[in-house]
Design a protein. Structure first.
Length: 488
């Protein structure tokens, strides 16, 4: 539909604006540190973008041959994928083990988890669940500070693995490997894994929910199944406002349902999801009121007060991309997405991720996010996904995947030719090739002569003879003499 194309182009413009602004800012900062004027950052960024654009065009032109080679060597590339992914995980684990001994940040959560008695009532939502998790592990494995750090590391590795599988499913192998590389080896991710914070637990829970919301069966089943999906989203929203990202993802899943013509079914699914969200949120508020010993209106007021918008300001929500080498690599790969978007606009994978980035940045600008969950970590993960997707759209091996569709087209045309041959046996047979013509907005069919021989029409045969013999006049028992031994 036309409005969908317009929407994609608008999202592409927003993505280009965000990527270009951040890239110019980081490069200009490096230029100032090197003794150059800040405006040189614009020149170097534009030069790099031009090189990436030319390289993207060349890569896309060579992809049919590359796709055929990859298709013929699927087993080899599968082994390489496993080796690269395992290497990223092993290197990431080694980096984290090396930094565990020096990890000291997040001691506030450590003290709160070790304290006897009930958890302080100021701990709300995700913070409360995180403290319960830490207290459980400290009780089972001892009250050493490193136990909590190991919990952080394991949660991040598991969440990164789930994210790898999700990106691989929707954006391809290359996009998944790039994303996994940033999640495992980037200094920002390693540093956050060694800091006690509820962000890591929420990251793991969020990836588990994304795996459920993006399941294939949701594209086939009844729209009413999105009611429990809405209830699940409400639990995440009550834990932290960033759970609204799951609602955005649910809408994306509904828009990609296979019943493309059933717009009414999609509308029912959206309504069920929103109703489930409202009902589930009311239940969560009631449960919070019971646990905290307050009334339901007071619990709801406390939640809305915590996440109400404040005055506009630009926080350090993008601090993950402000470092030197790391920021250059991340934004440099994101630039690929500006040009790879046009490689196949119908199958682009950045729209919903860009919307999630805009939602997180807007919430940070208006002070909706809390100090415990500032959103910078999740924003970095989204940037890593965009970086991987931008590169993956250039190297997406799809021509051989469309072979089945091409075969179906030829089979349909062959069946159509045989049907015409059976219907018109005495006329000159033709096969049709559909040529798009601008004739009152319709397609005109131009017939050409079919050079192939066509089968003859089947004519039923009957046994007919010139002489008719009555059934009563036939006698096949001939009398013979007693000495006739011909049949011996």
């Amino acid at each position: 539909m036309q409005w969908r194309k317009t929407f994609r182009y608008l999202i592409w413009f927003v993505y280009t604006l965000i990527t270009g602004t951040l890239a110019v800012g980081v490069v200009s900062l490096l230029c100032v540190r090197s003794g150059l004027d800040a405006y040189w950052g614009i020149f170097f960024t534009a030069l790099y973008a031009a090189a990436v654009g030319g390289g993207t065009i060349l890569i896309c032109k060579g992809m049919p041959g590359i796709s055929l080679f990859v298709h013929r060597n699927r087993s080899l590339f599968l082994v390489l994928e496993v080796i690269v992914a395992a290497t990223f995980v092993v290197v990431g684990v080694l980096f984290r083990i090396e930094g565990i001994a020096d990890a000291q940040e997040g001691a506030v959560y450590y003290e709160m988890a070790r304290a006897e008695g009930d958890i302080l009532p100021i701990a709300h939502g995700a913070v409360y669940v995180y403290l319960l998790l830490l207290r459980t592990f400290y009780f089972l494995l001892g009250s050493d500070f490193a136990v909590g750090v190991w919990v952080q590391v394991i949660l991040q590795i598991l969440a990164s693995g789930v994210l790898f599988l999700i990106i691989r499913k929707f954006a391809g192998v290359m996009a998944a490997l790039v994303t996994l590389g940033f999640c495992m080896c980037a200094p920002f991710m390693i540093r956050n894994a060694l800091i006690l914070s509820p962000e890591m637990l929420y990251f793991f829970l969020l990836m588990a929910a994304v795996l459920i919301v993006t399941a294939d069966y949701l594209k086939l089943c009844h729209p009413f199944l999105f009611f429990p999906i809405g209830v699940l989203i409400s639990v995440y929203c009550y834990l932290d406002i960033l759970g609204l990202l799951l609602l955005l993802l649910a809408f994306a899943t509904i828009s990609h349902r296979q019943e493309a013509a059933d717009e009414a079914g999609k509308g029912v699914a959206v309504i069920c999801c929103v109703v489930g969200l409202c009902c589930g949120f009311c239940v969560c508020v009631l449960a919070g009121a019971i646990l905290s010993g307050t009334s339901m209106p007071e619990a709801a007021e406390a939640w809305f007060t915590l996440y109400q918008p404040k005055s506009f300001h630009v926080p350090a929500v993008v601090e993950g991309v402000a470092s030197d080498v790391e920021g250059i690599m991340l934004l440099g790969l994101m630039v690929f997405g500006i040009f790879s978007f046009w490689h196949d606009t119908e199958r682009e994978c950045v729209t919903w991720c860009v919307l999630a980035v805009c939602l997180v940045m807007t919430a940070g600008f208006y002070g909706i996010l809390t100090n415990e969950m500032p959103g910078s970590f999740l924003l970095y993960v989204l940037f890593a996904v965009l970086a991987g997707t931008g590169v993956g759209q250039c190297l997406r091996t799809v021509p051989y995947m469309r072979k089945k569709a091409a075969e179906d087209i030829f089979e349909d045309r062959e069946e159509e030719t045989w049907e015409k041959a059976a219907e018109e046996p005495n006329q000159e047979k033709t096969s049709s090739v559909e040529v798009p013509m601008e004739d009152k907005g319709e397609k005109k069919i131009n017939f050409i002569e079919n050079p192939l021989p066509l089968p003859k029409k089947h004519i039923p045969r009957t046994l007919d003879f010139s002489r008719e013999v009555g059934s009563t006049g036939e006698d096949f028992d001939h009398a013979v003499t007693a000495d006739d031994d011909f049949d011996i």
